[in-house]
Design a protein around this ligand. Sequence first.
Ligand SMILES: Cc1cc2nc3c(=O)[nH]c(=O)nc-3n(C[C@H](O)[C@H](O)[C@H](O)COP(=O)(O)OP(=O)(O)OC[C@H]3O[C@@H](n4cnc5c(N)ncnc54)[C@H](O)[C@@H]3O)c2cc1C
Length: 378
Amino acid sequence: YVPLRGEDGVDLPGIGREDDGLKGGLNGIDNGRLSFDHVRIPRTNLLNRYGDVAPDGTYSSAIDSPGRRFFTMLGTLVQGRVSLDGAASWASALGLKIAITYATQRRQFDGIDGQEVVLLDYGKHQRRLLPRLATTYAQIFAHDEFLQKFDGVFSGRTDTPADREDLETLAAALKPLSTWHALDTLQEAREACGGAGFMFENRLVGLRADLDIYVTFEGDNNVLLQLVGKRLLTDYAKQFTGKDAAALAKFAVGQTAGKLFHGAGLRQFGQSVADFGQVARSVENGLREEQQHLLLAERVQQMVADIAARLRPGAKDKALGSKLFNENQAELIEAARAHGELLQWEAFTDAVHRVEDADTKKVLTWLRDLFGLQLIEK
Ligand SMILES: Cc1cc2nc3c(=O)[nH]c(=O)nc-3n(C[C@H](O)[C@H](O)[C@H](O)COP(=O)(O)OP(=O)(O)OC[C@H]3O[C@@H](n4cnc5c(N)ncnc54)[C@H](O)[C@@H]3O)c2cc1C
């Protein structure tokens, strides 16, 4: 598309090339930069699969809708994000496999019967590793759904503009969560293996170094979550289009603070969490699948509704709108994160329902509860 070197192998005039040098990880991949100074690129050498420019400068595209065109082009990025989400989830799994294996073999200090205790029998060690294991399962099940959606769109079976937009939003929600989780998990796994965890041959430090940049490339995590947050706000606003004043007023009354704990008997569960001071005990008191789902789903709804209400005064004033948006940006990103966590929880639960073997189902249900409860605790 753009010739860089002449027949003699020397850079053509106006072409600059540089290696990026040593990076914080992923040094098995070379990164570099190209610069062009007064280099003319033939119009016919454009990457013009979806759009073209005529000799007189007019733009044309086979895809009429600008929205559809935008999401078709963005689709290319989804391939990277789906890969990153999978790689990060499996890196977390690998880190935990290493740390849990170590924890079931390594003994430290006396137990009751005089035998040294394996690390995994320590309460703190369980607390460090098992909730992360539960999250990793949730992410892998969510990744599977992401792959199915990706396959649907890219095979053309379910390739409408709405499908592409959904895929884009799913990618933007899941990639940040799995890549941040991978860094957190690899660090915890490294520490959980003590000094052995720091040895390069035990893989944890190498994985951590290589995974570091996953939170940034193919879309910075916070920027991606902001995209999800905007979609949540748009979907939220859509419920009101065409509604009359009475319906809106009724809705506003429903949006009182603390609604979360007043609906569907949830207050009782919230109270039992507070009484026991421990979210784990409350599962015995009935914080089961439906209640977990309600709490997690209403958390997202409440967060989005609160932000939408704070943004409303800026609806007709662009400057005020930007100011309010910026003031609420951090909360919007948190709402997007909560939405991603809900998707993971739902994917985990659907997967549990599909399991036929009774014992596997039982253990996976425990693990799903652990995932749900740690979110509620947080
Ligand atoms: C090893 C490596 C390989 C890469 N490979 C490719 C490649 O093959 N092709 C390619 O096109 N690109 C590639 N990239 C570029 C990569 O996609 C960008 O680095 C990434 O999108 C982040 O952009 P940036 O570096 O400009 O960060 P910046 O945009 O400068 O972001 C810096 C910080 O500011 C925050 N920030 C930015 N905007 C906002 C906002 N609106 N609101 C709040 N916070 C904000 C971000 O969260 C981030 O923490 C690569 C990068 C690396 C490091």
